[in-house]
Design a protein around this ligand. Structure first.
Ligand code: SAM
Ligand code: SF4
Ligand code: F3S
Length: 444
């Protein structure tokens, strides 16, 4: 029996998809070469913006067609969109057989069995579903990773913040940290399997440990977790995402500065440069606090790459608020920025706020912001020309034939000439740069 899995959304979902693959393959399913040859179509979904849902609905058209072709074929929807719609899904998508929340991956074999047990001849299976009620940790389930040298490690699930625009807390539940010893054991096992770089995942990693019982007087913190992971021999690089500016303390800045394995890159979503908008977003910090934090970070960690998320067109965003976002971007000299158009999410506070920004203004602000962030990224990357940087080789370059591709510790993509193999750490001299990529040659 063959399955075909399509993933939408963030790294958390990509990681959950490795668990979905693991669980399916442990239960006898094999990957199909395409949807047409699959007996089971699985979609791991995202609900963070309307665009993610529209992309999903586009792909579901094909699933509906394939289902008509063979009604016994199973269609399953997991992840955040599924959790946000729950049982309503079966009315909205009549061809759907199975639905499960992001924290219910372990239930998938049971749900598939229940659905297929009801298939007789050409009839459609009876729908079966399981939505999350407890912590959404998929760690501990079997996993199928696609990368031999890099791996994700979930350190916590859920989110307890209440950013007024965000649907994540309502679909992923409250914050829960995994015990430190469990995370360290997982990282050690990954290193034994050949992994040299891990990325720790959580919606707000700075809150790691706050919900854990102290151990003999030792409080668990994210900086403490980084120190424990840094001690693992053979683990060359430790990354993490996402940090919340409100909760980022000096101990984490010192960890990035002092721990050799922790990479000099911080993704620190600012969302807006206007305190007035940040207040309406319920982010818990002001423009000035964010600027002071970025100053402290650059001062403490030489060569740090700072990246961010920005939302344009938040309800009530005036021209002067947007201007303040552009000046914050200039002051912070971000290495890259993900820019999003505000999307009202059902049930969130911001969806009900007055002051919708006209589409025309949103589009113009977006264009300006993208142009600005790209220009700043290019300027910053160009300054790296002539520098010798450590690169983890990922394999052959996708764009430049005969070239290799890898990433610097600061998470920049590098295409370079050389003779190393995937998983090697090599030094590369940078020759040129664009806003997104560096070019260079392997150092002799
Ligand atoms: N927990 C992380 C944080 O606080 O930054 C990431 C959360 S979310 C998965 C990733 C990004 O999506 C957010 O940083 C935000 O910029 C964006 N986002 C979330 N909700 C949005 C919405 N309703 N409209 C537009 N962008 C949104
Ligand atoms: Fe959403 Fe805010 Fe939590 Fe990030 S910190 S997941 S933006 S509620
Ligand atoms: Fe991620 Fe989308 Fe869920 S961004 S946490 S998959 S809503």
């Amino acid at each position: 029996m063959f399955y075909f899995l399509t993933t939408f959304g963030c790294q958390m979902n990509e990681h959950d998809s490795e668990r979905i693959r693991g669980v399916l393959e442990e239960n006898g399913w094999q990957p199909a070469s395409g949807p047409g040859t699959a007996d089971l179509l699985v979609f791991n979904t995202c609900a963070v913006r309307e665009s993610a849902e529209s992309r999903l609905l586009g792909r579901l058209g094909e699933a509906s067609r394939l289902k008509k072709e063979r009604p016994g074929r199973l269609v399953a929807l997991g992840g955040c969109f599924a959790q946000s719609r729950r049982e309503k899904l079966f009315d909205e998508l009549p061809f759907l057989d199975v639905a499960f929340g992001p924290g219910s991956i372990s239930e998938l074999p049971r749900l598939l069995e229940a659905a297929s047990a009801t298939v007789t001849g050409d009839s459609q299976p009876a729908p079966s579903c399981c939505f999350d009620t407890g912590p959404g940790l998929s760690a501990g389930l079997p996993s199928r990773r696609s990368d031999r040298f890099r791996a994700w490690v979930q350190v916590m699930s859920g989110c307890t913040n209440c950013c007024s625009y965000c649907i994540v807390p309502s679909v992923r539940g409250p914050e829960r940290s995994r015990p430190e010893a469990e995370i360290v054991t997982e990282a050690e096992t990954l290193v034994e399997q050949g992994v040299v770089e891990i990325t720790l995942l959580g919606q707000n990693v700075n809150a790691y440990g706050l919900d854990l019982e102290p151990d003999g007087g030792r409080r668990f913190t994210f900086a403490g977790l980084l120190a424990s992971l840094d001690a693992i021999a053979g683990l060359e690089r430790i990354r993490f995402t996402t940090s919340h500016p409100r909760d980022l303390g000096n101990d984490l800045i010192e960890a990035i500065r002092d721990l050799p394995g922790v990479c000099e890159h911080l993704h620190l979503p600012s969302q807006s440069g206007s305190t007035r908008v940040l207040e309406r977003m319920k982010r818990g910090y002001s423009r000035e606090e964010y600027l002071a934090l970025s100053d402290r970070l650059y001062e403490a960690v030489p060569g740090l790459a700072l990246t961010t998320d920005l939302i344009v067109g938040f309800p009530g965003e005036r021209e002067e608020d947007f201007y303040r976002t552009t000046t914050l971007v200039q002051s912070c000299r971000f290495d890259s920025a993900f820019t999003f158009v505000f999307s009202p999410r059902p049930g969130t506070e911001a969806a009900a706020l007055p002051g919708r920004v006209p589409q025309k203004a949103v589009r113009r602000r977006m264009r300006e912001l993208v142009r600005l962030t790209q220009a700043l990224a290019e300027e910053k990357n160009r300054k790296l020309a002539g520098r010798r940087l450590q690169v983890l080789v990922e394999g052959a370059s996708r764009r430049e034939s005969g070239q290799l591709r890898g990433r610097t510790r600061t998470n920049k993509i590098v295409n370079f000439s050389g003779s190393a193999g995937a998983g090697d750490l090599v030094d590369v001299i940078v020759d040129s740069a664009t806003s997104t990529t560096l070019k260079g040659r392997q150092a002799g």
